[in-house]
Ligand binder design. Structure first.
Ligand code: PMP
Length: 431
C-alpha cells in the first residue's frame, strides 16, 4: 500500500484514505509517538499498513473497538489465533484460576499434562508432544527433530508458504530465514514435486507443508498432492511435517483428519493456547523420544515459557469446554456458506474479486491484470469495509471466530454488495 496509485482506482482510493485519516486521529497520533520507540512504530510486521494502522482498544465476542471509538465486527480473528472470540468466559475463568495459583512455579505442572492429553486425544498422529512459545518455534523444532532423526540435511518447503518469521517463502527463500538447506517446490504441482523428492531422496530430512497455504492466500492443498507427499516421504525415509497452525481448526483432528493422512510430525500454535502465546510440535513416538531427557544424548529444548501456566490453562479449558466437534463444525459450515455466497455474488455482479479457502478461513483476491491495480483494489476494499464496520486483514484474509453467527455474515455480504454497487466501474468487469 505504498504511494503512487494505479490509474484505475487512484482517485477513489485517495478519497477513501483521506476519510480514513480524518476518522482516526488518535491512531495516527499513537503511531507517531511509537515511531520514536519502535522501528516504524511496529513490533509485528503483519499489522502495519499505510497510511497508519488502527490501534484497537478492546474487544468482546466478535466485536472490536478502536481508540477513536469506532466499532467493528471482527472478521480477522487474530489471523486465525482468535477462534474463541474476545474475552470468552471459559478462557477468562481458566486464566483467572491460573493466576490465583501462581504463574511461574519453576517446575513441571499439571497444566501441561492436561493440555497434552487433550491434544493427543484429538490427533491420532501425535503420540508425543512438546510445547513452545510460538508457531515459528514449533516449526524450527520440528525441522530440527527431523534432521537429527534422519541424519540428513535438506528440507523441502513450498513457494508461497509461511511457517513463521524466519521460515518465510512468499518470495522464495529469503536471507533472514533460518539457515537450513531448503529445497523449494511448487505447491500443488504433484508431478514436478514428486520428481524433486526423488532427485533428493538420499539427502531429504523433511518435507514441511501447510495443508492449505495460509498467508499465501488460503490456497487449499490438493488432496492428491498431499497424499503424494506422504507416500514419497515414506518411500525415501524423509519426515513429513504438516504445519497445521492454521488448518487444525478445520476439524477436531485438523485437515489431516479430514484427508486421512498421518504425517510423521505436526506443528500447532495459535488458538491451542486459548489465545495466549503458544506453539507445539508432536508426532511419532520414536522421533519425539529424541527429546526424552532420560535417553542417552537427548536433544535439548529449553524455553522458560514452554509450559507457561496461563497458556496451558487457557488452552486446556478451551479444548475441553468450548471447541467441541459440533462447535467446530458449525463454525466451518458458517465459513463455507459465506465463501460460497461471496463467490456467487461476485459472479452475479461480474466483480473482479474471488474468495478462496476452506471452512472458517478464507481470502478475498482481486482479479486485475497488473500488480498495482490489484494492490489498490485490495486496499480500497479494506478501507471501505472498515468504514462499514468490518475488520479484515489488509491482504484480504478473513478468519471467523466462534461468536460470529449468520447475522454477522449476512451483514458482511450486504457490506460487500454495497461496496460493489458504489464502485461498479472500478470493481466489476463491466467497468
Ligand atoms: N505457520 C503458519 C501456517 C502460520 O499461519 C503461522 C502464523 N501466521 C506460523 C506458522 C507462525 O506462528 P507464530 O506467529 O505463532 O510464530
Amino acid at each position: 500500500m505504498a504511494a503512487g496509485n494505479s490509474k484505475a482506482v487512484g482517485g477513489i482510493l485517495e478519497a477513501a484514505r483521506a476519510r480514513y485519516i480524518a476518522r482516526n486521529p488518535r491512531s495516527a497520533a499513537l503511531l507517531a509517538q511509537a515511531c520514536s520507540l519502535l522501528p516504524g512504530g511496529n513490533t509485528r510486521t503483519v499489522l502495519f499498513y499505510e497510511p497508519f494502522p488502527l490501534y484497537m482498544d478492546g474487544g468482546e465476542g466478535c466485536r472490536l473497538w478502536d481508540v477513536d471509538q469506532h466499532r467493528y465486527v471482527d472478521f480477522l480473528g487474530e489471523y486465525t489465533a482468535g477462534i474463541y472470540g474476545h474475552s470468552h468466559p471459559v478462557i477468562r475463568k481458566a486464566v483467572r484460576g491460573a493466576l490465583e495459583r501462581g504463574i511461574s512455579l519453576s517446575s513441571h505442572t499439571t497444566g501441561e499434562v492436561r493440555l497434552a492429553q487433550l491434544i493427543c486425544q484429538r490427533f491420532a498422529s501425535i503420540e508425543l508432544i512438546r510445547f513452545a512459545n510460538s508457531g515459528t518455534e514449533a516449526n524450527l523444532m520440528a525441522i530440527t527433530s527431523a534432521i537429527a532423526f534422519t541424519q540428513r540435511s535438506r528440507v523441502m518447503v513450498f513457494a508461497g508458504a509461511y511457517h513463521g518469521s524466519v521460515l518465510t517463502f512468499g518470495a522464495g527463500n529469503t536471507p533472514t530465514n533460518a539457515p537450513y538447506e531448503f529445497i523449494l517446490g511448487k505447491y500443488n504441482d504433484t508431478d514436478s514435486v514428486r520428481a524433486l523428492i526423488r532427485q533428493s531422496a538420499q539427502t531429504l530430512a523433511a518435507i514441511l507443508v501447510e495443508p492449505m497455504l495460509g498467508a499465501g492466500g488460503c490456497i487449499p492443498g490438493d488432496p492428491v498432492f498431499l497424499r503424494m507427499l506422504a507416500q514419497e516421504a515414506h518411500a525415501c525415509g524423509a519426515m513429513l511435517i504438516f504445519d497445521e497452525i492454521q488448518t487444525s481448526r478445520l476439524s477436531v483432528s485438523g485437515r489431516q483428519g479430514l484427508l486421512g493422512i498421518k504425517p510423521d510430525l505436526t506443528t500447532l500454535g495459535k488458538y491451542f493456547g486459548g489465545g495466549l502465546s503458544f506453539g507445539a510440535f508432536g508426532g511419532r513416538a520414536d522421533l519425539m523420544s529424541q527429546f526424552d531427557p532420560r535417553v542417552a544424548a537427548p536433544i535439548g529444548h529449553a524455553g522458560t515459557f514452554n509450559n507457561n501456566a496461563l497458556s496451558m490453562a487457557a488452552g486446556a479449558a478451551g479444548l475441553a469446554e468450548v471447541l467441541t466437534p459440533e462447535a467446530l463444525d458449525r463454525l466451518n459450515r458458517c465459513g463455507d456458506e459465506l465463501r460460497i455466497s461471496l463467490n456467487e455474488l461476485f459472479v452475479m455482479l461480474r466483480a473482479r474479486l474471488c474468495a478462496t479457502g476452506l471452512g472458517s478461513i478464507m481470502n478475498l483476491h482481486v482479479d486485475a491484470e497488473d500488480a498495482a491495480t490489484r494492490r489498490d483494489i485490495q486496499e480500497l476494499l479494506f478501507l471501505e469495509l472498515l468504514e462499514r464496520g468490518f475488520y479484515i486483514a489488509p491482504r484480504g484474509l478473513i478468519a471467523l471466530s466462534l461468536p460470529v453467527t449468520g447475522r454477522e455474515t449476512a451483514q458482511f455480504l450486504e457490506a460487500v454488495r454495497d461496496i460493489l454497487a458504489t464502485y461498479p466501474q472500478e470493481l466489476t468487469a463491466d467497468g
